[in-house]
Design a protein around this ligand. Structure first.
Ligand code: BES
Ligand code: ZN
Length: 459
């Protein structure tokens, strides 16, 4: 193990150069103009994994390709086998003008590698690849077999990966899954995450007159889809932060006392949060702390609003259409289909006859929550402690990685969520960065993890 750790420390600068190369590829899965860049990112990974000596295959899908790379060989002894999941696709970088440096020209500033996708998720899964490299380069036997599955559709709902897992289930006879695609409260608080929120997306389209109208000639006699959309959307949430849709909270268990205590040990003050986010006041469902609201309560968020004239100056019109993109975050026991159904009914019932409403469901994934007491979880806690030099904390997080519930349903195994992101990484925002310290510690954590997991393996 000493050789492995020494190698990881010696090679840090080269690792960062390689990561910069990877981050420079604008693999934005939401935008079709980047299709070739997704292919390029996948190809880059394939050749990188092959250089590490991994048996690597690029799988085409209806969407973006999936990279599978494994340390397993026909000759390999029956070692405990784990799957490491990551995604090479990134969120759109817009609005470009708010970036201090161009999003796909990775820049090192102090401890930060700045660029779209640096933390979410290229830097995080790359850390695991480097740990495997270190074992191989130092001819240290890797105590587990590791199969990497790195997809290109996570940021748009992982549609191809579920089917892929079903089809190739026999290649993934793993004891568990390891994912670093989330966060930790600080470098002094490494964390094992045992719960994530689910998500369900939909769009609402309203159509009024068959073209934009002169608002002076027609305004007042014809309804305004933008106004109706605002009224409808506003009716979804009450002033106390509760979602007003009957049935939205169906099935949810109240937060238990021990869990509230656990969650609120999270070492972040609400004042610090306000400062970090640049808001004068926080807002959330009454009766819950910010950390509870973010990790363990469901929400409904407008992600995008479109209607009327957005260009320079003014234009006096009644717009013909208005639309909104909305997502809800879900907690355990909330079924995405049910949530969609009750919201659709709520909106349809309230929509006036003066406009037409189209409700378009989008991607969905259930929440994930497991007990962090098993032997794998304990092994992961020890690996975190060795790499970060501090006892790790347990937490639930508000983001979603919908494929994690598929790992459970399809492969029958739990996922260890070992986030390397920090609260100020600005994931999905301008100036996203990855902490280089978190990255390097992450490589060491991964190296320790295989050792710890092999010790506690079920075999
Ligand atoms: N890495 C995030 C998920 C995440 C972030 C988990 C922070 C925990 C803490 C992931 O890349 C992501 O953004 N997922 C999407 C999923 C959605 C598009 C289905 C999300 O949460 O919005
Ligand atoms: Zn993301």
């Amino acid at each position: 193990m000493n050789d492995v750790i020494r190698y990881l420390r010696d090679q840090q600068d080269r690792f960062v150069d390689e990561l910069c190369e990877f981050v420079a590829i604008p693999s934005v899965s939401a935008q079709s103009k980047h299709r070739a860049d997704l292919q390029r990112a996948a190809d880059w990974l394939v050749s990188h994994c092959r250089e590490l000596g991994l048996k690597t295959k690029l799988h085409r899908t209806a969407g973006h390709p999936i990279v599978v790379a494994t340390t397993r060989s026909v000759r390999s002894r029956k070692k405990p086998h784990f799957l490491v999941y990551g995604h090479y696709d990134v969120q759109p970088a817009e609005p470009f003008e708010l970036w201090d440096t161009p999003p796909f020209e990775p820049t090192i500033r102090g401890d930060s590698l700045i660029g779209r996708g640096a933390s979410d998720n290229k830097g995080q899964h790359f850390a695991h690849l480097k740990a495997v490299e270190a074992y191989r380069a130092t001819q240290t036997e890797l105590p587990c077999d590791v199969t990497f599955v790195i997809e290109g559709e996570e940021e748009v709902g992982s549609e191809s990966l579920g089917t892929f897992l079903e089809k190739h289930r026999k290649d993934f006879d793993v004891e568990g899954v390891v994912v670093s695609d989330n966060g930790m409260p600080s470098l002094r608080h490494p964390a094992l995450t045992y719960g994530l929120r689910g998500v369900v997306a939909f769009e609402v389209h309203l159509t009024g007159p068959d073209r934009d109208l002169h608002s002076g000639i027609y305004g007042g006699a014809v309804d305004n889809p933008a106004m109706v959309l605002c009224q409808l959307l506003a009716s979804l949430r009450r002033a106390d932060g509760r979602i007003a849709v009957p049935g939205f909270y169906d099935g949810i268990e109240p937060l238990r006392r021990f869990e509230r205590e656990q969650l609120n040990r999270y070492p972040e003050s609400e004042a610090a949060l306000k400062r970090q986010l640049g808001v004068k006041a926080l807002f959330g469902e009454r009766g819950y702390s910010a950390v509870e609201q973010r990790a363990a309560r469901p929400t409904l968020e407008i992600n995008g609003l479109t209607s009327g004239y957005q260009g320079e100056g003014s234009k006096t019109i009644v717009p013909s259409t208005a639309s909104a993109k909305v997502t809800c975050r879900l907690v355990p026991a909330q079924k995405p289909i049910h949530v969609l159904r009750v919201i659709k009914r709520f909106l349809t019932e309230r929509c006036p006859k003066s406009v037409r409403l189209k409700f378009e469901p989008g991607h969905a994934g259930e929440a994930y929550c497991v007990s962090p007491t098993g032997s794998h979880a304990q092994a992961a806690m020890r690996a975190l402690k060795q790499a970060f030099g501090r006892p790790p904390i347990l937490m639930r997080e508000g983001g979603s990685i919908p494929i994690v519930t598929d790992f459970k349903k399809i492969l029958g195994v739990d996922t260890l969520l070992l986030g390397l992101g920090l609260p100020d990484d600005k994931v999905h925002s301008p100036n996203e960065k990855m902490s280089l310290t978190a990255f390097h510690r992450g490589t060491e954590m991964s190296a320790h993890l295989w050792d710890e997991l092999a010790r506690t393996s079920a075999r």
